[in-house]
Design a protein around this ligand. Sequence first.
Ligand SMILES: [Zn+2]
Length: 206
Amino acid sequence: MKLVLLTLLFLNASFSSVLNHDLKTRVDRQLKLLQQNLNYDFKMNYKLVMVKNDIVSNAAASFPFILVNENWIEGFSDKEVLAVITHEVAHLEHAHLSKGLALLTGGFVNAVFDINNPESLRERYSGFVRYYKLKQELYADCVAYNWLRELKDLGVDADPKSLNDVVRRELPGIDNFDEDYMGDDFVYTRFRAVRDGHPSVCRPEL
Ligand SMILES: [Zn+2]
């Protein structure tokens, strides 16, 4: 993981001359807005790294960094930027990456020995990964939703529903999608949870 991150930072550095510093300042402002206003004891002051390559196509978290693709976030409103950052900080606070790696390894062993399951090993494993990933994303969304609501109550320009505005950018018609047809689709399940309002107490991840 460290190697991936170092490679990533190196690639980022090689592009630094063309990175948009105004944009970084704008995204950084939202990170500080979250960390300085929320009544919550964060593990640390997280660092923002803007990237301009395909390794991170939107946003990602790798302790203690938040990686954001410059092209992806460029047209976002401040509230949408805050929603993205808040979601990533929720992952970092709950150590999702390291927990995820440990669980995915365990999940693979589980899939190998689940011999009575008629599905192929690949299906069993990908099913587990999908289930686990969705749980993590829903949990991070729930934490972010509540943090954004708290910020809004404190008078900060924040809105928990901005989490869905980010989704609408990629899927503009999502509000009119057929619920029955969409079923348990990964993105739609997350969208529906934000639309209907996450509970104030988030169900723990796996
Ligand atoms: Zn996430």
